[in-house]
Design a protein around this ligand. Structure first.
Ligand code: NAD
Ligand code: 6OD
Length: 494
């Protein structure tokens, strides 16, 4: 009997998209379902020669109809791609679910919804991108007029992660393309399906050949490394692990390429005793366990003010144990599988390490059993720890699974010091009903994004990114337009 959540026959082979054509390479790797371990598709891996073809096609496209188009025309193309995604919404949802094992409802309301929203938002924002103008009078009396113009950077290489595949790709493609760049995009080897559909959407929307190129493959020794080392690439935008970011930085150093890095996190949520208790419990469930904890913004460290600590731990445990884990289309399902069996081994190694490091396992800590083919899938239980020391590896290293450690704290200064005592600096949450405290604490967090009494809510015009090991630069709204443009200042003597 066919296993559930397969890809349709039209996606049984996933090809590269280079210079407006789908390209087979004959050298394939398997795309495996994390829900039951079955084969989803064969993926045609791009080698360095195909990456070279993609980069050269992208360079040529800079001088073609795309390069000559105005921003209005580019915006129309991006909206047409978004139209195709909307028309094929269910196919995108099915592809995202098959590759990632996530709930259908999440793929609909987050992944594919944001795929459309990213393209439309940046198509519209590109039209209002503006520059600077300064009138200057020198001591000699000479008058000058300075103004800036924006130009594309050229060929942008975009290397994407598996955790939010379509969201991540379109978050980069929207701004990069509206600014007039062309792209070579590599999805994660774990999530090639929605990327292939995205390439088909660019094709169907009539975007000129070479503007959007897709190559499948891995990192070191494969398509990813070939992209970062290619002299024809002008900028690299990367989302993924911090240590991969470090490797890419070395690879691009000789070419002095522009980089934008969105990397890992070890984010904290701080719950003050004056917070709306139920909202904070619900918020921490979401911020720790959404997408099975595989969101860079998830809170793996939770600090709770001592007077409500015991009550909070008990409430979080009860709420967590009521979460439904299962098939993507199960009624009320909250968590699907992890992305892969390999990633599950990593998460389970942290579950074991936490016990060695002295954690009390309040909830979870293992693998659920179902009595059906899901037992061959990559599922884990959502897990809560208490009792770890601040220097434990499980407190310092990103697990990237459905896990949080809850620790009590006594004072504002103490908790801010502990939150900031991290090599990462991506995001944080504050739960309080005291407005002054909310402002005071948020501005002292050494991170790029703080949520107060919520988590993950996004306005795509706001800056997004992290400090320390969590990244370089900010994207979102005008920050993206600035990154994906080369600015020239023109100075005229009047
Ligand atoms: P990863 O670093 O393993 O892989 C990301 C991409 O890089 C993949 O496409 C991979 O093939 C490629 N790659 C790997 N090594 C490479 C190399 N040497 N040269 C070129 N390409 C290479 O990350 P992942 O496991 O796919 O994603 C999870 C990580 O991403 C987590 O650490 C998470 O926090 C982070 N993340 C961060 C953000 C953010 O916005 N800050 C968003 C999503 C994910
Ligand atoms: O919401 C976004 O725009 C975004 N880039 C989210 C990334 C989440 C990380 O896993």
């Amino acid at each position: 009997m066919a296993k559930p959540f397969q890809l349709p026959p039209s996606l049984s082979e996933l090809r590269n998209y280079v210079d407006g054509e789908f390209v087979s390479t004959g050298r394939c790797f398997p795309d495996i379902s994390p829900l039951h371990g079955g084969l989803l598709a064969q993926v045609h891996e791009a080698d360095a020669a195909l990456v070279d073809r993609a980069v050269l096609a992208a360079r040529r496209a800079l001088d073609g109809p795309w390069g000559r188009a105005g921003v209005d025309e580019r915006a129309r193309w991006l909206h047409r791609v978004a139209d195709v995604i909307e028309r094929c919404f269910d196919e995108f949802v099915a592809a995202e679910v098959a590759d990632t094992g996530r709930p259908l409802a999440q793929a609909r309301t987050l992944d594919v919804y944001r795929g459309v929203a990213n393209l439309r938002t940046f198509a519209d924002l590109g039209k209002v991108a503006h520059g600077d103008c300064y009138e200057t009078r020198l001591a000699s009396g000479q008058e000058l007029m300075n103004y800036t113009v924006r130009k594309p950077l050229g060929v942008v290489a975009s290397i994407c992660p598996w955790n939010l595949p379509l969201l991540s790709m379109t978050w980069k493609a929207g701004p990069a393309l509206i600014c007039g760049n062309t792209m070579v995009v590599k999805p994660s080897e774990e999530t090639p399906a929605s990327a292939t559909l995205l390439a088909a959407a660019f094709h169907e929307a009539g975007v000129p050949p070479g503007v959007f190129n897709l190559v499948h493959g891995f990192g070191p020794g494969s398509a990813g490394e070939a992209m970062t080392r290619h002299p024809g690439v002008d900028a690299v935008t990367f989302t993924g692990e911090s240590r991969t970011g470090a490797a890419i930085m070395k690879a691009v150093a000789d070419g002095v390429k522009e980089i934008s890095f969105e990397l890992g996190g070890k984010n904290a949520a701080v719950v003050f005793a004056d917070a709306d208790f139920d909202a904070a419990v619900e918020g921490v469930v979401r911020s720790s366990f959404s997408n099975s904890g595989q969101v860079c913004l998830c809170s793996e460290r939770v600090y709770v003010e001592r007077p409500i600590f015991d009550r909070f731990v008990a409430a979080l445990k009860a709420r967590t144990e009521a979460l439904k884990i299962g098939w993507p289309d199960d009624e009320g399902v909250f968590m699907g599988s992890l992305i892969s069996h390999e990633h599950r081994d990593k998460v389970l190694s942290y579950y074991a390490l936490a016990v060695q490091e002295g954690a009390t396992v309040v909830s979870g800590g293992g693998v659920p059993t179902f009595g059906d083919e899901r037992d061959a899938g990559a599922f884990v239980q959502p897990t809560i720890w208490t009792g770890l020391a601040d220097d434990a590896r499980c407190i310092r290293e990103e697990v990237f699974g459905p896990v949080c450690h809850i620790a009590p704290f006594d004072t504002e200064d103490e908790v801010i010091r502990r939150v900031n005592d991290s090599a990462y600096g991506l995001a944080g949450c504050v739960w309080t009903s005291n407005l002054s405290r909310a402002h005071r604490v948020s501005r002292r967090f050494q991170v790029g994004i703080v949520w107060v009494n919520t988590w993950f809510s996004r306005d795509l015009r706001t800056p997004f990114g992290g400090s320390k090991l969590s990244g370089i630069g900010r994207e979102g709204g005008r920050y993206s337009l600035d990154f994906y443009s080369e600015t020239t200042n023109i100075c005229l003597a009047l």
